[in-house]
Design a protein around this ligand. Structure first.
Ligand code: ZN
Length: 242
């Protein structure tokens, strides 16, 4: 057994155990799922039962973290002389909370990834990579981190199970109609939650429509909306020809 202690003072013991390998159940050919990443719902999918909401305890963690960080800001940070005890305590509290939130996020993501992988043969994922900008808010960093960890867990889990994963470029996924594949002239405003197609009248939740576009692109063997011809409906006769 290996025992180690991290910088926060948490102890870990690691050892090898034998366990039975549980084979991933066979999923129907043609059971595909499309996944769009977002802030309030981490993963919106083509099958609503598999959506991954942005979970509350991480929000609570983010609030506690914000408190610890504001405390840090008030305490003497050591720019003039040695750091104060209060600053060091607040910094340790912030680091502990951050680590706890990250562990919970990974646990949630891994359970979610397993259920998605168990039930789907083809997994089409928006290839979104969060940019951690210095000016991003703490809350935004936390939601982006949840996306990052969920995407990673999903791709790894799918690879282990031998499922097909297609990463679809995010460009135009939110501007394209998942029913007729016409593209809207204008980008939807951030506050606009509903997608409405001017060509065919199709209406859906913006993120659900994007998930359907992502799946349709992958089902046709492509990785970009631009590669799919606008004339061919994603749910038309050629959908199974890929
Ligand atoms: Zn349409």
């Amino acid at each position: 057994m290996r025992v180690h202690r991290d910088s926060l003072g948490h102890w870990y013991a690691s050892f090898v155990v034998r366990r039975e390998v549980v084979a991933t159940p066979a999923a129907d050919e043609g059971s595909g799922i499309g996944i769009d990443w977002g802030v309030s719902v981490t993963a919106t999918t083509t099958s609503p039962g598999f959506d991954l909401p942005y979970l509350g305890h991480r929000k609570r963690c983010a609030a506690e973290l914000g408190k610890a960080q504001r405390k840090m800001a008030r305490r003497h940070s050591g720019k003039r002389g040695p750091q104060s005890k209060g600053y060091q305590r607040a910094r340790k509290a912030a680091a502990t909370l951050q680590k706890k939130a990250a562990r919970q996020a990974r646990h949630d993501a891994s359970a979610w990834a397993k259920s998605v992988v168990d039930n789907h043969h083809l997994i089409a994922v928006e290839d979104f990579t969060p940019k951690f900008l210095a000016k991003s808010t703490m809350a935004r960093k936390a939601t982006d981190a949840a996306i990052g960890v969920s995407k990673q867990e999903l791709i790894e889990c799918a690879a282990r199970a031998g499922r097909k994963v297609v990463l679809v470029a995010p460009a135009y996924t939110r501007m394209t109609c998942s029913s007729c594949f016409a593209r809207a002239k204008q980008r939807l405003g951030l506050a606009e939650r509903t997608f409405q197609c001017r060509e065919c009248g199709f209406i859906d939740c913006r993120d659900r429509n994007a998930a359907r576009v992502i799946l349709a692109v992958a089902e046709r063997g492509h990785t970009r909306v631009d590669d799919v011809s606008h004339a061919s409906s994603p749910f038309g006769s050629d959908v199974h020809a890929v």
